[in-house]
Design a protein around this ligand. Structure first.
Ligand SMILES: Cc1cc2nc3c(=O)[nH]c(=O)nc-3n(C[C@H](O)[C@H](O)[C@H](O)COP(=O)(O)OP(=O)(O)OC[C@H]3O[C@@H](n4cnc5c(N)ncnc54)[C@H](O)[C@@H]3O)c2cc1C
Length: 463
Protein backbone atom coordinates (compact mmCIF):
# COMPACT_ATOMS: atom_id res chain seq x y z
CA UNK A 1 0.00 0.00 0.00
CA UNK A 2 1.21 3.49 -0.71
CA UNK A 3 1.33 6.28 1.81
CA UNK A 4 -1.96 7.13 3.60
CA UNK A 5 -3.34 3.77 2.37
CA UNK A 6 -4.65 5.36 -0.82
CA UNK A 7 -4.84 3.13 -3.88
CA UNK A 8 -2.79 5.40 -6.10
CA UNK A 9 -1.92 2.85 -8.77
CA UNK A 10 -4.37 0.25 -9.95
CA UNK A 11 -3.00 -2.33 -12.37
CA UNK A 12 -5.39 -4.21 -14.64
CA UNK A 13 -4.03 -7.35 -16.27
CA UNK A 14 -5.86 -8.08 -19.52
CA UNK A 15 -7.04 -5.53 -22.08
CA UNK A 16 -10.16 -7.30 -23.34
CA UNK A 17 -13.67 -6.07 -22.68
CA UNK A 18 -13.43 -6.72 -18.91
CA UNK A 19 -10.14 -4.86 -18.46
CA UNK A 20 -11.28 -1.92 -20.59
CA UNK A 21 -14.60 -1.56 -18.77
CA UNK A 22 -12.90 -1.55 -15.35
CA UNK A 23 -10.41 1.04 -16.63
CA UNK A 24 -13.22 3.19 -18.05
CA UNK A 25 -15.16 2.98 -14.78
CA UNK A 26 -12.07 3.94 -12.75
CA UNK A 27 -11.37 6.91 -15.02
CA UNK A 28 -14.99 7.99 -14.76
CA UNK A 29 -15.44 7.51 -11.02
CA UNK A 30 -12.04 8.68 -9.66
CA UNK A 31 -12.14 12.16 -8.17
CA UNK A 32 -8.63 12.22 -6.68
CA UNK A 33 -5.24 11.43 -8.23
CA UNK A 34 -4.99 7.92 -9.59
CA UNK A 35 -2.83 6.00 -12.06
CA UNK A 36 -4.49 3.21 -14.02
CA UNK A 37 -2.15 0.75 -15.75
CA UNK A 38 -3.68 -1.59 -18.32
CA UNK A 39 -1.52 -4.55 -19.42
CA UNK A 40 -2.27 -6.41 -22.65
CA UNK A 41 -0.02 -9.07 -24.11
CA UNK A 42 -1.55 -9.57 -27.56
CA UNK A 43 -4.00 -7.32 -29.33
CA UNK A 44 -5.01 -3.68 -29.20
CA UNK A 45 -6.86 -3.07 -25.96
CA UNK A 46 -10.64 -3.37 -26.21
CA UNK A 47 -10.67 -6.29 -28.59
CA UNK A 48 -9.68 -9.40 -26.68
CA UNK A 49 -10.69 -12.70 -28.17
CA UNK A 50 -14.28 -11.84 -29.05
CA UNK A 51 -13.92 -8.41 -30.71
CA UNK A 52 -10.48 -8.83 -32.28
CA UNK A 53 -11.97 -10.50 -35.38
CA UNK A 54 -11.76 -8.68 -38.69
CA UNK A 55 -14.34 -10.92 -40.30
CA UNK A 56 -17.58 -9.03 -40.84
CA UNK A 57 -19.54 -12.30 -40.73
CA UNK A 58 -18.68 -12.67 -37.04
CA UNK A 59 -21.70 -11.18 -35.33
CA UNK A 60 -22.54 -10.18 -31.80
CA UNK A 61 -24.96 -12.60 -30.20
CA UNK A 62 -26.68 -9.87 -28.17
CA UNK A 63 -28.83 -7.17 -29.90
CA UNK A 64 -27.12 -3.77 -30.26
CA UNK A 65 -29.60 -2.11 -27.87
CA UNK A 66 -28.32 -4.27 -24.98
CA UNK A 67 -24.56 -4.03 -25.55
CA UNK A 68 -23.84 -0.57 -24.07
CA UNK A 69 -20.77 -0.20 -21.85
CA UNK A 70 -22.58 1.59 -19.00
CA UNK A 71 -25.09 -0.30 -16.83
CA UNK A 72 -27.27 2.79 -16.52
CA UNK A 73 -27.27 3.43 -20.30
CA UNK A 74 -27.35 0.10 -22.10
CA UNK A 75 -28.47 1.75 -25.36
CA UNK A 76 -25.18 3.70 -25.58
CA UNK A 77 -23.59 1.25 -28.06
CA UNK A 78 -26.56 1.25 -30.41
CA UNK A 79 -26.60 5.08 -30.51
CA UNK A 80 -22.82 5.16 -31.04
CA UNK A 81 -23.04 2.68 -33.93
CA UNK A 82 -26.13 4.39 -35.42
CA UNK A 83 -24.21 7.69 -35.51
CA UNK A 84 -21.66 5.96 -37.79
CA UNK A 85 -24.19 4.15 -40.00
CA UNK A 86 -23.34 4.47 -43.68
CA UNK A 87 -19.64 5.24 -43.11
CA UNK A 88 -17.10 2.77 -44.59
CA UNK A 89 -17.46 -0.70 -43.04
CA UNK A 90 -20.57 0.17 -41.03
CA UNK A 91 -24.08 -0.96 -42.02
CA UNK A 92 -26.37 1.55 -43.76
CA UNK A 93 -28.62 1.70 -40.69
CA UNK A 94 -28.40 0.38 -37.12
CA UNK A 95 -31.62 -0.73 -35.44
CA UNK A 96 -31.89 -1.64 -31.74
CA UNK A 97 -32.51 -5.33 -32.51
CA UNK A 98 -29.57 -5.69 -34.95
CA UNK A 99 -26.79 -8.21 -34.32
CA UNK A 100 -23.85 -6.14 -35.51
CA UNK A 101 -20.43 -7.40 -36.61
CA UNK A 102 -18.24 -7.96 -33.55
CA UNK A 103 -15.32 -5.79 -34.73
CA UNK A 104 -17.63 -2.76 -34.41
CA UNK A 105 -17.98 -3.47 -30.72
CA UNK A 106 -14.17 -3.56 -30.40
CA UNK A 107 -14.04 -0.09 -32.01
CA UNK A 108 -16.72 1.09 -29.61
CA UNK A 109 -14.84 -0.14 -26.53
CA UNK A 110 -11.70 1.63 -27.70
CA UNK A 111 -13.61 4.84 -28.41
CA UNK A 112 -15.38 4.67 -25.04
CA UNK A 113 -12.07 4.25 -23.21
CA UNK A 114 -10.55 7.17 -25.13
CA UNK A 115 -13.55 9.36 -24.27
CA UNK A 116 -13.47 8.59 -20.54
CA UNK A 117 -9.74 9.12 -20.54
CA UNK A 118 -10.12 12.58 -22.05
CA UNK A 119 -12.87 13.48 -19.56
CA UNK A 120 -11.11 12.11 -16.43
CA UNK A 121 -10.65 14.36 -13.38
CA UNK A 122 -7.31 16.22 -12.99
CA UNK A 123 -4.54 13.89 -11.83
CA UNK A 124 -6.34 10.77 -13.02
CA UNK A 125 -4.06 9.14 -15.60
CA UNK A 126 -4.08 6.07 -17.78
CA UNK A 127 -1.24 4.05 -19.33
CA UNK A 128 -1.53 1.17 -21.73
CA UNK A 129 1.36 -1.27 -21.37
CA UNK A 130 2.10 -3.84 -24.07
CA UNK A 131 3.40 -6.97 -22.45
CA UNK A 132 2.56 -10.12 -20.58
CA UNK A 133 2.47 -10.01 -16.80
CA UNK A 134 4.05 -13.27 -15.67
CA UNK A 135 4.26 -12.86 -11.91
CA UNK A 136 3.15 -10.71 -8.99
CA UNK A 137 5.26 -10.45 -5.87
CA UNK A 138 4.77 -8.85 -2.50
CA UNK A 139 8.01 -7.16 -1.51
CA UNK A 140 8.10 -5.61 1.92
CA UNK A 141 4.42 -4.88 1.78
CA UNK A 142 4.47 -3.50 -1.78
CA UNK A 143 2.91 -5.24 -4.75
CA UNK A 144 5.15 -5.61 -7.80
CA UNK A 145 4.10 -6.91 -11.22
CA UNK A 146 6.72 -8.55 -13.40
CA UNK A 147 6.49 -8.80 -17.17
CA UNK A 148 7.96 -11.56 -19.31
CA UNK A 149 10.50 -9.09 -20.75
CA UNK A 150 11.86 -8.21 -17.31
CA UNK A 151 10.05 -4.92 -16.70
CA UNK A 152 8.56 -4.43 -13.23
CA UNK A 153 5.73 -2.14 -12.07
CA UNK A 154 4.56 -1.23 -8.59
CA UNK A 155 0.84 -1.14 -7.88
CA UNK A 156 -1.49 -0.79 -4.92
CA UNK A 157 -4.27 -2.94 -6.26
CA UNK A 158 -4.40 -5.48 -9.06
CA UNK A 159 -7.31 -6.69 -11.18
CA UNK A 160 -7.06 -10.00 -13.03
CA UNK A 161 -9.13 -9.44 -16.20
CA UNK A 162 -7.75 -12.54 -17.90
CA UNK A 163 -10.83 -13.72 -19.81
CA UNK A 164 -11.31 -17.22 -21.06
CA UNK A 165 -8.59 -19.80 -21.48
CA UNK A 166 -8.25 -21.81 -24.72
CA UNK A 167 -10.12 -25.14 -24.88
CA UNK A 168 -9.01 -28.64 -23.84
CA UNK A 169 -7.33 -30.90 -26.37
CA UNK A 170 -10.05 -32.90 -28.16
CA UNK A 171 -8.39 -36.19 -27.14
CA UNK A 172 -6.87 -35.68 -23.71
CA UNK A 173 -3.50 -37.29 -24.18
CA UNK A 174 -0.36 -36.07 -25.93
CA UNK A 175 -0.62 -36.76 -29.68
CA UNK A 176 1.94 -35.93 -32.40
CA UNK A 177 -0.85 -34.30 -34.44
CA UNK A 178 -1.06 -31.47 -31.90
CA UNK A 179 2.31 -30.26 -33.22
CA UNK A 180 1.19 -30.43 -36.84
CA UNK A 181 0.11 -27.55 -39.08
CA UNK A 182 -3.00 -29.63 -39.73
CA UNK A 183 -4.28 -29.14 -36.19
CA UNK A 184 -5.48 -25.77 -34.84
CA UNK A 185 -5.74 -25.57 -31.07
CA UNK A 186 -6.78 -21.92 -30.71
CA UNK A 187 -9.28 -21.07 -33.47
CA UNK A 188 -9.19 -17.31 -32.80
CA UNK A 189 -5.49 -16.99 -33.66
CA UNK A 190 -4.64 -14.99 -36.77
CA UNK A 191 -4.06 -17.35 -39.72
CA UNK A 192 -5.69 -20.34 -38.00
CA UNK A 193 -7.51 -21.28 -41.19
CA UNK A 194 -4.58 -20.69 -43.56
CA UNK A 195 -3.54 -23.46 -45.94
CA UNK A 196 -6.91 -25.19 -46.28
CA UNK A 197 -7.43 -26.00 -50.00
CA UNK A 198 -10.90 -24.68 -51.03
CA UNK A 199 -12.22 -28.11 -52.11
CA UNK A 200 -10.96 -30.09 -49.12
CA UNK A 201 -12.96 -31.13 -46.06
CA UNK A 202 -12.49 -29.85 -42.52
CA UNK A 203 -13.28 -31.26 -39.07
CA UNK A 204 -14.42 -28.91 -36.32
CA UNK A 205 -14.48 -30.34 -32.81
CA UNK A 206 -17.29 -28.55 -30.95
CA UNK A 207 -20.66 -27.20 -32.07
CA UNK A 208 -21.08 -23.98 -30.11
CA UNK A 209 -20.79 -20.35 -31.12
CA UNK A 210 -17.05 -20.59 -31.85
CA UNK A 211 -17.66 -23.54 -34.20
CA UNK A 212 -20.32 -21.51 -35.98
CA UNK A 213 -17.88 -18.60 -36.32
CA UNK A 214 -15.36 -20.90 -37.95
CA UNK A 215 -17.94 -22.28 -40.39
CA UNK A 216 -18.81 -18.72 -41.44
CA UNK A 217 -15.18 -17.74 -41.73
CA UNK A 218 -14.47 -20.73 -43.97
CA UNK A 219 -17.40 -19.80 -46.21
CA UNK A 220 -16.37 -16.18 -46.51
CA UNK A 221 -12.84 -17.23 -47.43
CA UNK A 222 -14.17 -19.27 -50.39
CA UNK A 223 -14.08 -22.76 -48.87
CA UNK A 224 -16.24 -25.16 -50.91
CA UNK A 225 -15.58 -28.51 -49.22
CA UNK A 226 -17.57 -30.26 -46.51
CA UNK A 227 -17.36 -29.27 -42.86
CA UNK A 228 -17.87 -32.02 -40.26
CA UNK A 229 -18.70 -30.69 -36.77
CA UNK A 230 -18.45 -33.18 -33.91
CA UNK A 231 -19.62 -32.57 -30.36
CA UNK A 232 -20.61 -34.80 -27.45
CA UNK A 233 -24.34 -34.30 -27.91
CA UNK A 234 -24.48 -32.79 -31.39
CA UNK A 235 -26.50 -29.88 -30.03
CA UNK A 236 -26.46 -26.64 -32.00
CA UNK A 237 -27.10 -23.28 -30.33
CA UNK A 238 -30.72 -22.16 -30.52
CA UNK A 239 -31.74 -19.11 -32.53
CA UNK A 240 -32.73 -15.67 -31.25
CA UNK A 241 -36.32 -14.59 -31.93
CA UNK A 242 -37.56 -11.09 -31.25
CA UNK A 243 -39.94 -11.20 -28.28
CA UNK A 244 -41.26 -8.72 -25.73
CA UNK A 245 -39.51 -8.84 -22.35
CA UNK A 246 -41.10 -11.33 -19.93
CA UNK A 247 -42.14 -10.20 -16.46
CA UNK A 248 -39.51 -10.99 -13.82
CA UNK A 249 -40.29 -14.13 -11.85
CA UNK A 250 -38.38 -15.94 -9.09
CA UNK A 251 -37.69 -12.44 -7.75
CA UNK A 252 -39.81 -12.51 -4.63
CA UNK A 253 -39.52 -16.27 -4.11
CA UNK A 254 -36.92 -18.06 -2.02
CA UNK A 255 -34.47 -19.43 -4.63
CA UNK A 256 -34.78 -23.23 -5.04
CA UNK A 257 -32.01 -25.15 -3.28
CA UNK A 258 -31.76 -27.92 -5.89
CA UNK A 259 -31.27 -28.03 -9.63
CA UNK A 260 -34.33 -30.25 -9.95
CA UNK A 261 -36.44 -27.70 -8.04
CA UNK A 262 -35.08 -24.80 -10.05
CA UNK A 263 -35.76 -26.35 -13.43
CA UNK A 264 -39.19 -27.56 -12.35
CA UNK A 265 -39.96 -23.91 -11.55
CA UNK A 266 -38.55 -22.64 -14.86
CA UNK A 267 -40.44 -25.27 -16.88
CA UNK A 268 -43.69 -24.32 -15.10
CA UNK A 269 -43.11 -20.68 -16.04
CA UNK A 270 -42.40 -21.65 -19.67
CA UNK A 271 -45.77 -23.41 -19.74
CA UNK A 272 -47.46 -20.27 -18.39
CA UNK A 273 -45.71 -18.21 -21.09
CA UNK A 274 -46.63 -20.67 -23.83
CA UNK A 275 -50.28 -20.64 -22.74
CA UNK A 276 -50.14 -16.86 -23.26
CA UNK A 277 -48.73 -17.40 -26.78
CA UNK A 278 -45.12 -16.60 -25.76
CA UNK A 279 -41.91 -18.48 -26.28
CA UNK A 280 -39.35 -19.98 -23.80
CA UNK A 281 -36.72 -17.40 -24.81
CA UNK A 282 -37.99 -14.34 -22.89
CA UNK A 283 -38.64 -16.60 -19.87
CA UNK A 284 -34.97 -17.63 -19.76
CA UNK A 285 -33.85 -14.07 -20.40
CA UNK A 286 -36.01 -12.88 -17.49
CA UNK A 287 -33.91 -14.82 -14.96
CA UNK A 288 -30.57 -13.66 -16.32
CA UNK A 289 -29.99 -10.82 -13.88
CA UNK A 290 -31.10 -13.15 -11.09
CA UNK A 291 -28.72 -15.97 -12.04
CA UNK A 292 -25.95 -15.15 -9.51
CA UNK A 293 -28.51 -15.26 -6.66
CA UNK A 294 -29.99 -18.52 -7.97
CA UNK A 295 -26.49 -20.00 -8.32
CA UNK A 296 -25.53 -18.82 -4.82
CA UNK A 297 -28.55 -20.68 -3.38
CA UNK A 298 -27.22 -24.00 -4.72
CA UNK A 299 -24.67 -26.09 -2.81
CA UNK A 300 -21.46 -27.06 -4.62
CA UNK A 301 -22.94 -30.59 -5.03
CA UNK A 302 -25.99 -29.12 -6.77
CA UNK A 303 -23.79 -26.91 -8.94
CA UNK A 304 -21.78 -30.03 -9.90
CA UNK A 305 -25.09 -31.75 -10.78
CA UNK A 306 -25.93 -28.80 -13.04
CA UNK A 307 -22.54 -29.12 -14.76
CA UNK A 308 -23.05 -32.85 -15.36
CA UNK A 309 -26.63 -32.94 -16.54
CA UNK A 310 -27.89 -29.53 -17.55
CA UNK A 311 -24.97 -27.47 -18.80
CA UNK A 312 -24.91 -28.53 -22.50
CA UNK A 313 -28.64 -27.83 -22.84
CA UNK A 314 -28.40 -24.59 -20.88
CA UNK A 315 -25.49 -23.26 -22.98
CA UNK A 316 -27.35 -23.93 -26.24
CA UNK A 317 -30.47 -22.15 -25.03
CA UNK A 318 -28.74 -19.24 -23.30
CA UNK A 319 -26.08 -18.40 -25.92
CA UNK A 320 -28.14 -18.15 -29.07
CA UNK A 321 -27.41 -17.49 -32.74
CA UNK A 322 -28.35 -14.32 -34.57
CA UNK A 323 -31.15 -15.23 -37.05
CA UNK A 324 -29.02 -14.27 -40.10
CA UNK A 325 -26.29 -16.61 -38.90
CA UNK A 326 -28.75 -19.47 -38.29
CA UNK A 327 -30.11 -19.04 -41.82
CA UNK A 328 -26.61 -19.45 -43.27
CA UNK A 329 -25.99 -22.57 -41.19
CA UNK A 330 -29.31 -24.08 -42.32
CA UNK A 331 -28.48 -23.38 -45.97
CA UNK A 332 -25.11 -25.11 -45.68
CA UNK A 333 -26.67 -28.16 -44.04
CA UNK A 334 -29.37 -28.33 -46.72
CA UNK A 335 -26.67 -28.17 -49.42
CA UNK A 336 -24.81 -31.14 -47.84
CA UNK A 337 -21.82 -28.92 -47.00
CA UNK A 338 -22.12 -29.09 -43.21
CA UNK A 339 -22.79 -32.09 -40.96
CA UNK A 340 -23.23 -32.20 -37.20
CA UNK A 341 -22.45 -35.41 -35.34
CA UNK A 342 -23.00 -36.43 -31.72
CA UNK A 343 -20.11 -38.51 -30.48
CA UNK A 344 -16.60 -38.63 -29.18
CA UNK A 345 -13.34 -38.25 -31.07
CA UNK A 346 -11.28 -41.41 -30.62
CA UNK A 347 -8.36 -41.16 -33.04
CA UNK A 348 -6.54 -38.56 -35.12
CA UNK A 349 -3.90 -39.84 -37.55
CA UNK A 350 -1.82 -37.57 -39.73
CA UNK A 351 -1.50 -38.83 -43.32
CA UNK A 352 0.70 -37.42 -46.10
CA UNK A 353 -2.35 -35.71 -47.64
CA UNK A 354 -4.32 -34.74 -44.52
CA UNK A 355 -5.75 -36.15 -41.30
CA UNK A 356 -7.90 -39.19 -40.69
CA UNK A 357 -10.35 -38.67 -37.82
CA UNK A 358 -12.28 -41.54 -36.32
CA UNK A 359 -15.16 -40.93 -33.96
CA UNK A 360 -17.57 -43.01 -31.95
CA UNK A 361 -21.13 -41.85 -32.44
CA UNK A 362 -23.98 -41.86 -29.92
CA UNK A 363 -26.20 -43.65 -32.45
CA UNK A 364 -25.85 -46.21 -35.26
CA UNK A 365 -23.66 -46.63 -37.23
CA UNK A 366 -21.35 -46.57 -34.21
CA UNK A 367 -18.22 -45.42 -35.99
CA UNK A 368 -17.48 -42.73 -38.53
CA UNK A 369 -14.19 -41.95 -40.24
CA UNK A 370 -13.53 -38.77 -42.19
CA UNK A 371 -10.47 -37.54 -44.08
CA UNK A 372 -9.91 -33.82 -43.74
CA UNK A 373 -7.29 -31.19 -44.51
CA UNK A 374 -7.42 -29.65 -41.04
CA UNK A 375 -8.84 -30.27 -37.58
CA UNK A 376 -9.98 -27.17 -35.69
CA UNK A 377 -10.49 -27.33 -31.96
CA UNK A 378 -13.60 -25.36 -30.93
CA UNK A 379 -14.32 -27.20 -27.70
CA UNK A 380 -14.97 -24.00 -25.76
CA UNK A 381 -12.92 -22.39 -23.07
CA UNK A 382 -11.13 -24.53 -20.57
CA UNK A 383 -11.84 -23.58 -17.02
CA UNK A 384 -9.40 -25.45 -14.81
CA UNK A 385 -6.79 -22.76 -14.22
CA UNK A 386 -4.52 -25.14 -12.32
CA UNK A 387 -3.91 -27.22 -15.46
CA UNK A 388 -3.24 -24.41 -17.89
CA UNK A 389 0.26 -23.32 -18.89
CA UNK A 390 -0.30 -19.61 -18.27
CA UNK A 391 2.87 -18.26 -16.62
CA UNK A 392 1.01 -15.76 -14.45
CA UNK A 393 -1.51 -18.32 -13.22
CA UNK A 394 1.21 -20.90 -12.53
CA UNK A 395 3.14 -18.36 -10.45
CA UNK A 396 0.08 -17.10 -8.58
CA UNK A 397 -0.96 -20.68 -7.80
CA UNK A 398 2.59 -21.49 -6.64
CA UNK A 399 2.58 -18.44 -4.38
CA UNK A 400 -0.78 -19.50 -2.97
CA UNK A 401 -2.24 -16.13 -3.98
CA UNK A 402 -5.03 -17.75 -6.00
CA UNK A 403 -6.87 -21.05 -5.89
CA UNK A 404 -9.50 -22.56 -8.14
CA UNK A 405 -13.09 -22.70 -6.97
CA UNK A 406 -14.44 -26.10 -5.84
CA UNK A 407 -15.70 -26.94 -9.35
CA UNK A 408 -12.47 -25.72 -10.97
CA UNK A 409 -14.49 -23.40 -13.21
CA UNK A 410 -12.35 -20.39 -12.45
CA UNK A 411 -10.58 -18.50 -9.66
CA UNK A 412 -11.94 -18.73 -6.13
CA UNK A 413 -13.20 -15.33 -5.04
CA UNK A 414 -16.01 -13.59 -3.23
CA UNK A 415 -19.08 -12.78 -5.36
CA UNK A 416 -17.75 -9.20 -5.45
CA UNK A 417 -14.56 -10.39 -7.12
CA UNK A 418 -12.07 -10.25 -4.25
CA UNK A 419 -9.66 -13.13 -4.76
CA UNK A 420 -9.45 -15.80 -2.04
CA UNK A 421 -5.96 -17.15 -1.40
CA UNK A 422 -5.19 -20.88 -1.37
CA UNK A 423 -6.57 -22.09 1.96
CA UNK A 424 -6.69 -18.52 3.09
CA UNK A 425 -8.87 -15.48 3.28
CA UNK A 426 -9.35 -12.59 0.85
CA UNK A 427 -6.20 -11.08 -0.66
CA UNK A 428 -6.67 -7.41 0.18
CA UNK A 429 -5.20 -6.05 -3.06
CA UNK A 430 -6.21 -8.69 -5.63
CA UNK A 431 -9.50 -8.76 -7.57
CA UNK A 432 -10.98 -10.38 -10.63
CA UNK A 433 -14.03 -10.20 -12.89
CA UNK A 434 -15.52 -11.89 -15.94
CA UNK A 435 -14.80 -15.52 -16.86
CA UNK A 436 -12.59 -16.32 -13.80
CA UNK A 437 -15.71 -15.83 -11.62
CA UNK A 438 -17.68 -18.57 -13.39
CA UNK A 439 -17.64 -20.97 -10.44
CA UNK A 440 -18.74 -18.21 -8.07
CA UNK A 441 -21.40 -16.47 -10.19
CA UNK A 442 -21.92 -18.79 -13.18
CA UNK A 443 -23.44 -16.06 -15.38
CA UNK A 444 -20.55 -13.62 -15.70
CA UNK A 445 -18.86 -13.76 -19.10
CA UNK A 446 -20.99 -11.59 -21.40
CA UNK A 447 -21.11 -7.81 -21.69
CA UNK A 448 -24.37 -7.31 -19.72
CA UNK A 449 -22.77 -8.97 -16.68
CA UNK A 450 -19.25 -7.64 -17.18
CA UNK A 451 -20.35 -3.99 -17.33
CA UNK A 452 -22.17 -4.34 -13.97
CA UNK A 453 -19.21 -6.12 -12.36
CA UNK A 454 -16.82 -3.49 -13.74
CA UNK A 455 -18.82 -0.65 -12.23
CA UNK A 456 -19.11 -2.12 -8.74
CA UNK A 457 -15.51 -3.35 -8.78
CA UNK A 458 -14.24 0.15 -9.67
CA UNK A 459 -16.27 1.61 -6.81
CA UNK A 460 -14.72 -0.91 -4.39
CA UNK A 461 -11.21 -0.29 -5.72
CA UNK A 462 -11.56 3.43 -5.17
CA UNK A 463 -13.26 3.13 -1.78
C1 LIG B 1 -15.98 -15.75 -29.99
C2 LIG B 1 -16.73 -15.05 -28.90
C3 LIG B 1 -17.84 -14.25 -29.18
C4 LIG B 1 -18.52 -13.58 -28.16
N1 LIG B 1 -19.61 -12.79 -28.47
C5 LIG B 1 -20.23 -12.10 -27.48
C6 LIG B 1 -21.33 -11.22 -27.76
O1 LIG B 1 -21.76 -11.09 -28.90
N2 LIG B 1 -21.90 -10.54 -26.74
C7 LIG B 1 -21.46 -10.68 -25.45
O2 LIG B 1 -22.01 -10.05 -24.56
N3 LIG B 1 -20.43 -11.51 -25.16
C8 LIG B 1 -19.82 -12.21 -26.13
N4 LIG B 1 -18.78 -13.04 -25.83
C9 LIG B 1 -18.40 -13.20 -24.43
C10 LIG B 1 -17.07 -12.51 -24.17
O3 LIG B 1 -16.36 -13.42 -23.37
C11 LIG B 1 -17.20 -11.17 -23.47
O4 LIG B 1 -18.09 -10.34 -24.14
C12 LIG B 1 -15.86 -10.42 -23.37
O5 LIG B 1 -15.28 -10.24 -24.62
C13 LIG B 1 -14.91 -11.06 -22.43
O6 LIG B 1 -13.83 -10.18 -22.29
P1 LIG B 1 -12.64 -10.42 -21.29
O7 LIG B 1 -11.87 -9.18 -21.26
O8 LIG B 1 -13.18 -10.93 -20.01
O9 LIG B 1 -11.84 -11.63 -21.92
P2 LIG B 1 -10.89 -11.70 -23.22
O10 LIG B 1 -11.57 -11.13 -24.39
O11 LIG B 1 -10.44 -13.12 -23.29
O12 LIG B 1 -9.67 -10.75 -22.86
C14 LIG B 1 -8.68 -11.08 -21.93
C15 LIG B 1 -7.41 -10.40 -22.37
O13 LIG B 1 -6.43 -10.58 -21.36
C16 LIG B 1 -5.17 -10.71 -21.98
N5 LIG B 1 -4.28 -11.36 -21.03
C17 LIG B 1 -4.46 -12.57 -20.42
N6 LIG B 1 -3.43 -12.84 -19.59
C18 LIG B 1 -2.59 -11.77 -19.66
C19 LIG B 1 -1.34 -11.47 -19.03
N7 LIG B 1 -0.78 -12.31 -18.16
N8 LIG B 1 -0.74 -10.30 -19.32
C20 LIG B 1 -1.31 -9.42 -20.22
N9 LIG B 1 -2.49 -9.68 -20.85
C21 LIG B 1 -3.12 -10.83 -20.58
C22 LIG B 1 -5.47 -11.54 -23.22
O14 LIG B 1 -4.46 -11.38 -24.20
C23 LIG B 1 -6.83 -10.99 -23.66
O15 LIG B 1 -6.74 -9.97 -24.62
C24 LIG B 1 -18.09 -13.73 -26.83
C25 LIG B 1 -16.97 -14.54 -26.56
C26 LIG B 1 -16.30 -15.19 -27.57
C27 LIG B 1 -15.11 -16.03 -27.24
Amino acid sequence: MSEHNLPRTIAIIGGGCSGVLVAAQLLRQAQSPLRVLLFERMTDVGRGVAYGTENHEHRLNVPAARMGAWPEDIGHFQRWAAARAGTPGYPAAVEPGDFLPRWIFGEYLRATLAETRAAAAPGVGFEEIKGEVTDIEMETGAVRLRCGDGRAFAADRVVLALGNLPGEYPIRRPLPIYHSQRYVHVPWRQGALAGIPPESDVLIVGAGLTAVDIVLELQSSGHRGVVHALSRRGLLPQVHRPAPAYRPFLEAETPPATIRGLFRRIRAEVRVAQAAGLDWRPVLDAIRSRTPALWAALSWEERARFMRHVRPFWEGHRHRLAPEVAAKIDALRAAGRLYFYAGRLEKLTELPEGVEARFRLRYRPRWQTVKVAKVINCTGPRSDYSKYQHPLLINLLARGLIDHDPLALGINATPEGQVLAYRGGPVAWLYTLGAPLKGVLWECTAVPEIRTQAKSLATRLLA
